[in-house]
Design a protein. Sequence first.
Length: 278
Amino acid sequence: MKKVIGVDAGGHKVKIVGDEGEQSFLSNICEYFERNVDEQHGPDDMVWSYGNRKGFAGTLAAREDEFGGNMFGDSKAHEDAKIRILLALHRYCSNGDEIYIVTGQPIGKHNPDEKQKIKNALIGTHTITINDYTKKLHIKGVEVAPEGSAAYWSNPIPGDVKVLDIGSGTVNAAAIQDKKHINSKSGTFNFGVETVNNKDFEAMARGIIRNTSKKWSKTDNVLICGGSAEMIAKHIQAHYSNAQVLQPQLRINTSIKMLHPVYANAVGFYYLAKGVFK
């Protein structure tokens, strides 16, 4: 069966959206080791193997990792992001599906070389095992969209719009004018909720405002998304008075479901994938 999917391989959670709805799981990945007590407690406890690698993922990796947790950064062109995407597809797709996906890259590294690395890593047939269940994933098409800018499409509004995508490792600031991405007023900041010393959302908002106010106006329409959007919103609104939390609308057939702002990129990727691959 043909599956058209959006995958946001975030540093805290992986989000996946398609015709069957939305799913998410913790992004944690670590290497495998023999455990004295080999217990798994829930659906997000994963033991996986792919090629020559074997490891733990999800809630199991969050408990067992000895070496410092997740990989963050301003690019998703790395092996951990690839594994996160393959784990998501294994959980979401049936064995043998033909899969077409849009995934994301931070705006600052959304360039042809980095995008091609992601495509080269994903396109093809992959055999991956999770909890002793092996699937072949036939990835036929991959496109890479800019994070934050893609989130706009999860619930677009007309006119001149700015998007703040508050991630675990980065913040993407996207400028949209007449539904087109404006490079000169967009960028990525190399800090996020999981990379600062404490979750002081007021201080983080000040850092975001210092960076964006050079090119954005206080009266701009600003949409805030990401897992911490609701917690940081009031601090962003202290400067950008027209800022509001972006709530993604997932439309499947005739139904519309309002999702948490953490799904904004994944929903945007899904709509972009439908436009490209359907």
